[in-house]
Ligand binder design. Structure first.
Ligand SMILES: NC(=O)c1ccc[n+]([C@@H]2O[C@H](COP(=O)([O-])OP(=O)(O)OC[C@H]3O[C@@H](n4cnc5c(N)ncnc54)[C@H](OP(=O)(O)O)[C@@H]3O)[C@@H](O)[C@H]2O)c1
Length: 294
């Protein structure tokens, strides 16, 4: 079996639809440089995919980037590329699914850098598995909650007091469009864990916004990375390259909106409420459970 590629290319027919299918980014070096120059930015999940591309881009615009993930060798490669291009990067090899380690990371970063300007919560894990295949896999639900919810909660808790004291800061969360529409089959563990953090952070944002801390939730559609690569159906769907996803995050940093979504998502949300019965009927009718196929 060949390994899934780290990244793959969007099908050509989807490109004319990009304005509608993808969240809009901002590719403006001048404004990005103004927003991040001299700032300390933590990028979780910086060893691959969206995080790697974003960290490189922010560093190239003058940010000091703190690279967080588990794979130290890969983080060092990313850091070396950043330094070779004249940027500043510090590596933190941490397993964020362990809340104790996430708390220790926040403490260490505040000690070593004094403060954090921007936290990009991007590290994540997806699992696509039907419930039929999950009866003896309770650990799937534990590990998605650990990395997509509990670890990030602990990390954010570690930085809020310092951001509040400084009356400034930004927390950006890479959520997923799946949390905004009726949940699709096979993604229960992933979608529930992403939804948990999405709701938690938006709830917290109401409390911390008056203290000068902005929160932006980003709802990307498909991004062509090693995470989406194993799901072959996604190869034929409209989506974004990691560089395009990085531009969406850049827009979040420059404009600091509450959320960024693809244009179609709003219509889907309305339809999922106003047409909830037909939508549910359609989803159930079109789903073919694995165990009925046998
Ligand atoms: N790709 C998509 O279509 C898509 C769509 C919507 C949302 N998203 C979200 O976008 C984010 C980035 O995904 P991606 O597509 O760029 O995936 P990716 O290429 O697989 O990158 C995931 C990153 O998370 C890190 N990570 C995973 N588990 C970790 C842990 N326990 N502790 C620390 N770091 C950990 C990985 O590094 P290590 O393995 O080195 O730890 C890696 O750097 C995720 O939150 C995902 O849910 C992706």
């Amino acid at each position: 079996m060949s390994a899934a590629p780290d990244q793959y290319t969007p099908p050509a027919w989807t490109r004319p639809l990009a304005w509608f299918t993808n969240p809009h980014g901002l590719n403006d070096d001048r404004r990005l440089r103004e927003a991040v120059q001299g700032k300390t930015v933590m990028v979780t999940g910086a060893s691959f995919g969206i995080g790697e591309a974003t960290a490189k881009r922010l560093a190239s615009m003058g940010a000091k980037v703190l690279l967080v993930a588990r794979t130290q060798d890969k983080l060092e490669v990313v850091a070396q590329a950043i330094r070779a291009a004249g940027g500043e990067a510090v590596v933190y090899a941490v397993d964020l699914s362990k809340p104790h380690d996430a708390a220790a990371l926040a403490e260490r970063v505040l000690k070593e850098h004094g403060h954090l300007d921007i936290l990009l919560n991007n590290a994540g894990r997806s699992i696509r598995r039907s419930i039929h295949e999950s009866y003896d896999r309770f650990h799937d639900f534990e590990r998605t909650m650990a990395i997509n919810y509990l670890g990030p909660v602990q990390l954010v808790l570690g930085f809020i007091p310092s951001m509040r004291a400084r009356k400034q800061g930004q927390i950006i969360n890479i959520s997923t469009w799946g949390v905004k529409i009726p949940p699709g089959a096979n993604w229960a563990a992933y979608q529930a864990s992403k939804a948990a953090f999405d709701v938690w952070l938006r709830s917290v944002s109401t409390e911390i916004k008056p203290d000068g801390i902005d929160v932006t939730s980003i709802y990307p559609a498909v991004v062509y990375t090693r995470m989406s690569a194993p799901t072959k159906a996604l190869h034929h769907m409209p989506g974004m390259s990691v560089e395009e996803a990085a531009h969406v995050i850049e827009r979040a940093i420059v404009e600091r909106p509450d959320d960024i979504s693809p244009p179609w998502l709003w219509g889907m949300q309305v339809a999922s409420v106003t047409l909830s019965k037909p939508v549910r009927w359609l989803m159930q009718k079109t789903y073919r459970p694995a165990f009925t196929k046998r």
